[in-house]
Design a protein around this ligand. Structure first.
Ligand code: HEC
Length: 147
């Protein structure tokens, strides 16, 4: 190896080392940020499985709901709002009203007392999949037959 090529090799090694160091330091301090246009969305669930969850969790003990083509027509004692018509609300709203003690209520005539929703939360009783399916069931459009 002559002096010239030794010098070139040395320069190369140095350049690689600097580049690697730059890449490392550039990666470290940049915090991740939310991609623009991102929004939380709930995946599509299985309505039939959701109906099973609705029944097993006894949601009908407080909520009336009519399902065309099904023998299931339950009349609650009216503790909670009738859920027919809730299908027009976004999936994410419905999901939130089940997992997070909500400070706002869509149901006319219902309000949250002292910052507490009387329904409570189902986080300890539902799997995430059950929540997703339950929402698919509420989204099926019980009266209108809408999607
Ligand atoms: C102990 C009675 C009770 C049970 C059981 C119950 N809810 Fe509710 N739910 C309520 C009441 C009361 C409200 C009205 C808002 C509030 O005070 O929490 C409500 C509100 C809702 C709302 C609408 C929230 C809004 O913004 O208007 C949805 C959706 C809902 N419940 C779904 C369910 C599902 C699904 C289940 C079963 C997993 C369930 N509820 C079980 C009492 C109940």
């Amino acid at each position: 190896m002559n002096q010239r090529s030794a010098l070139m090799l040395g320069t190369c090694v140095l350049a690689i080392a600097i580049a690697a160091n730059l890449a490392w330091t550039a990666g470290a301090p940049t915090p991740p940020k939310v991609p623009s246009g991102w929004k939380f969305t709930l995946p599509d669930g299985d309505r039939t499985a959701g109906k099973t969850v609705f029944l097993s969790m006894k949601c009908y003990s407080c909520h009336a709901i009519d399902i065309p083509g099904e023998k299931l027509t339950m009349r609650s004692k009216g503790a909670g709002p009738e859920l027919n018509g809730y299908s027009i609300l976004p999936k994410e709203y419905l999901a939130e009203s089940i997992i997070k003690s909500h400070a706002v209520v869509a149901a006319p005539g219902y309000s949250v007392k002292e910052g507490r929703a009387s329904m409570g939360e189902y986080n300890h009783f539902l799997t995430v999949q059950e929540l997703v399916d339950l929402v698919a069931f509420l989204k099926q459009g019980t009266k209108s037959g809408a999607k």
